[in-house]
Write a protein of this length. Structure first.
Length: 266
């Protein structure tokens, strides 16, 4: 039997759609435009904050929707406003910060909101910090609901940090990671790429079985498990390769575009 043609494309960005130099190749851009022209929405589903996702919004298509910050935000690109916010409440977030710091000394935090990022003074950001970003203790930064809480440790390995943090948080918040450094990305209860993508698809009348999804890191696991058709990139994290039903060529080889061109006969 021939598999049904997907009705929606969901793709991660870094390590998946975007090349190592941060660009979207002309070939990939062309394929995405052709998929959109068929009436199939292409939805970017990323751990990136809004300020980094905006760089590639030109490729989202006429529907103009993106799932940002690991599911904490659905951004309406066309109207330049949030369509859905699923934040962490300050009381719960600060409680978890206290527990994590006590169990894992040396943990430092940053907080992402719609207005940008605030960082503790000891938080060593690997990317350029926006001008005017707040630097203060997390108790001062977490003064409103946050789209994402970031926890960093300079001495623990990523998997070690994640495993230890999970034992502390015990599911009260969602912890994942998508970095090669020991940076945890923490979301509100039940908030993942998958759960927010499911809400978006429900609004569009699209079932999980009709979604084709692409990813490369542990924060993509819920989405790849949920989608009817899932692809890990050739250089994906081993847990992602094990969870996906297919493997696509690497992100520097336009793997997403190659697969989509084949699936849609482009």
């Amino acid at each position: 039997m021939t598999a049904p043609t997907p009705r929606l494309v969901a793709t991660d960005l870094d390590g998946t759609l975007v090349r190592s130099d941060g660009s979207v190749s002309p070939y990939t851009a062309d394929v995405l435009a052709k998929v959109e022209a068929l009436g199939v929405p292409v939805v970017f589903v990323t751990g990136r904050p809004l300020r980094w996702t905006e760089e590639v919004f030109e490729h989202v298509g006429s529907h103009g929707l993106a799932v940002v910050s690991n599911g904490a935000l659905v951004w309406d690109v066309a109207r330049h406003r949030p369509a859905l916010e699923r934040p962490i409440e300050p009381a719960l977030g600060l409680e978890m910060c206290t527990l994590l710091r006590k169990a894992l000394p040396g943990t430092v935090f940053a907080v992402e909101t719609l207005d940008g990022i605030g960082l503790e003074p000891e938080f060593l950001e690997r990317h350029r910090v926006p001008e005017g970003a707040r630097r203060a203790p997390v108790e001062e930064l977490f003064d409103e609901p946050a789209l994402k809480l970031l926890a960093r440790h300079e001495d623990l390995a990523p998997q070690e940090f994640w495993d230890a943090a999970e034992q502390v948080v015990l599911g009260r918040l969602v912890i994942t990671w998508s970095s090669s450094t020991s940076l945890l990305e923490i979301s509100a209860p039940g908030v993942t790429k998958a759960s927010t993508l499911a809400l978006l698809c429900a609004d569009l009348g699209i079932e999980a079985a009709d979604v084709i999804a692409f990813g490369d890191m542990p924060n993509d696991l819920p989405m790849l498990s949920w989608a009817g058709t899932s692809y890990a990139m050739a250089d994906a994290h081993p847990t992602v390769t094990a969870a996906a039903s297919h493997v696509a060529p690497g992100h520097d080889d336009d793997g997403v575009a190659q697969v989509l061109a084949g699936v849609f006969g482009l």
